[in-house]
Design a protein around this ligand. Structure first.
Ligand code: ZN
Ligand code: ZN
Length: 347
């Protein structure tokens, strides 16, 4: 039985353009009951060199980096070796192409996850983020399939700003269907992991008492749950287990504000082996038995290559298949998007 650990990813601090100290991020994550956070300041590993990575009571802090070249697509670099002996060359990626950055991270043993893959243009809010353009490059491990900030900001206008500020969670619609469709297509060629992000910055706004989102509020929303075959003990090895689960796709994304998804389970049984999220099944002669268990009543959808294969209302779904394809699960609570698992790939 795999253990389920929940965490928040894609978080900025005062080490780049966030306006919050890491110590406050840690306190907020601890209050919210997260098991881990993955920080991702722009183009810098300084938090790692400053000793923030590791255990802080029951919270594991992992220092990633958002590689953010100017006027190019961005990605999260995880588990990469420090790229130089001189720890203060943190801005080296700013003037490279994202393709060269990706090569560099891969050559340093790192894992890259494309963030806000379709970019974002909100001229009235001075937001211009470039889309990822190098889909043919096989160097990235995964993509951010659901980002709180980018979901929230999608329909934001000056005219509804106050409403969005007062009721941020009502604006959360779920992963962009076009992005899910791209993910399904990529997955038919090779494994591409889906993770969540917050893109948390703690931006203050003039004349308002509180920022758009406090970190404590954000940490209750969209999380990545990783599945690990052991109890995490307080050693640095735990960082490896969390990073490996992200790289292998042994994880799912959920909007835990609706209900804590801990325990959500999606497995495939080939008769002689159990396969988990992120696993690839090759040359299966017999039927595969898919089994989904949910800790809460939900509309559960098993998808094959992006199309609904079987759907039901309840806390479990069972299905048999002899077909190849990318099988993944979506679950909804009262029509609101809740859980998006990584696929099991039947090749
Ligand atoms: Zn970015
Ligand atoms: Zn970011």
């Amino acid at each position: 039985m795999l253990k389920d650990y929940k965490g928040a990813c894609h978080i900025h601090t005062e080490y780049s353009d966030g306006s919050i100290r890491i110590s406050d991020v840690i306190t907020s994550a601890q209050i919210t009951g997260l098991d881990f956070v993955i920080l991702s300041d722009h183009n810098t590993f300084l938090p790692k060199y400053d000793g923030w990575e590791g255990w802080h009571d029951n919270l594991l802090v992992i220092i990633g980096m958002e590689v953010s070249p100017r006027r190019e697509g961005h990605f999260l670099a995880l588990d990469t070796r420090p790229f130089t002996d001189n720890y203060d060359d943190s801005q080296k990626y700013r003037d490279m192409t994202s393709r060269d950055c990706l090569d560099d991270v891969v050559n340093n043993g790192g894992a890259a996850f494309i963030v806000h893959p379709f970019g974002k243009r909100k001229i009235s809010f001075s937001i211009v983020l470039e889309a990822w353009r190098h889909w043919e490059h096989n160097g990235f491990v995964g993509i951010e399939i659901w980002s709180y900030l980018h979901d929230w900001i999608d329909d934001l206008k000056l005219s509804n700003l106050w409403h969005f500020y007062k009721h941020p969670n009502l604006q959360i619609k779920g992963p962009d269907p076009k992005l899910l469709s791209l993910w399904d297509r990529l997955g038919q060629k090779r494994k591409v992991v889906g993770i969540s992000g917050l893109d948390a910055h703690y931006r203050k706004i003039p004349f308002a008492k509180r920022p758009f989102f406090t970190y404590e509020e954000l940490f209750k929303t969209i999380r990545t749950h990783v599945l690990i075959d052991r109890e995490l003990v307080k050693s640095n090895e735990a960082i490896r287990f969390i990073c490996d689960a992200h790289k292998e796709g042994r994880c799912y994304v959920s909007f835990d504000l609706l209900a804590d998804a801990t325990g959500f389970n999606f497995v495939a049984d080939s008769g002689d082996r159990i396969y988990y999220m992120g696993d690839e099944v090759f040359n299966i002669k017999k039927k595969i038995h898919f089994s989904i268990k949910s800790p809460h009543q939900a509309t559960i959808k098993l998808l094959r290559n992006g199309k609904i294969y079987k759907e039901c209302e309840g806390t479990s779904l069972e299905s048999l298949s002899t077909k190849k394809g990318v099988f993944r699960v979506e679950a909804y609570i009262e029509n609101r998007p809740w859980v998006f698992t990584n696929p099991i790939y039947v090749r």
